[in-house]
Unconditional design. Structure first.
Length: 263
């Protein structure tokens, strides 16, 4: 069983991609909708939440943990790997960085994300470690997650805000843009439109799904322990009628949300 968690519903974009690439495996997802967003909270708090989320998925039988949250990926991964050393962890930052390196021609890369992700400087450190010539330009985009979770995917306000966030990056001459939040693929068309055709987008959902697929292919002994088939189970820590509507939009299919209390 593949366990996936996020601060809210955005990680369902990762679920969708994994279902497309690994339809034969059972997926269990936890969205911490009661405590979202993580992007405005301290690294200490985000790490505590991540530990609780991981324990829940492991109790449900997960053999692989996918951290479909940039805020957690940029702050809590070392702690999670130390506490749960026998569990394979996958996060969304490293695959996105690798893809951006392949796409960029002028070595000017932009990233948009929550304040926690941007302020962690995780991308700065990763790029500096592999190619010091890369010029990384980061832009916090704190309004995008609440707009997406409100379902304002086609509102003119969302388009204007996206444009405002991208102007500083375009002025820097970037040719590649990392969508540093798993919510952002839902407005990828708007982002591409406002970024312009010259700028290539990196979708973290696509990249992490490919990495998991490759990992399972080269570790066939792990695949034997995974549970084949079955609809994904979607758990949340809070639920409203709007959550179900947005979740179905993220996943592209009709689903039932199950509310649980981690405390």
């Amino acid at each position: 069983m593949i366990g996936i968690f996020d601060s809210g519903l955005g990680g369902l974009t990762v679920v969708k991609e994994i279902l497309n690439k690994l339809p034969q495996y059972k997926i269990i997802y936890f969205g911490d909708t009661a405590r979202t967003p993580y992007g405005t909270k301290s690294a200490e708090t985000v790490t505590r939440y991540a530990i609780e989320n991981t324990k829940f998925l492991l109790e449900k039988g997960a053999k692989i943990i996918v951290v479909a949250c940039h805020s957690v990926s940029s702050t809590a991964i070392p702690v999670l790997k130390e506490l749960f050393s026998d569990i394979p962890f996958f996060e969304v930052v490293t695959p996105s960085m690798k893809k951006a390196l392949k796409l960029t021609k002028n070595k000017k890369i932009g990233v948009i994300g929550t304040r926690t992700t941007i302020e962690s400087k995780i991308y700065d450190r990763l790029f500096a470690s592999v190619d010091p010539k890369i010029k990384l330009y980061s832009q916090p985009a704190p309004l995008l997650v609440p707009l997406i979770e409100e379902g304002w995917l086609k509102k003119p306000e969302t388009r204007r805000i996206v444009k405002k966030y991208l102007i500083p990056l375009k002025m820097r001459g970037i040719d590649t843009l990392i969508l540093g939040c798993t919510h952002y693929p839902l407005i990828k068309k708007i982002i591409q439109e406002k970024a312009g055709k010259r700028i290539k987008l990196v979708d973290p959902s696509e990249e992490i799904a490919l990495e998991i697929k490759n990992f399972i292919e080269i570790n066939p002994e792990l695949a034997k322990d995974l549970v084949p088939d079955g609809e994904p189970e979607i758990f949340v820590s809070d639920i409203t009628p709007n959550f179900e509507k947005i979740a179905q939009l993220f996943l592209g299919r009709k689903i039932t949300l199950k509310k649980i209390n981690l405390e």
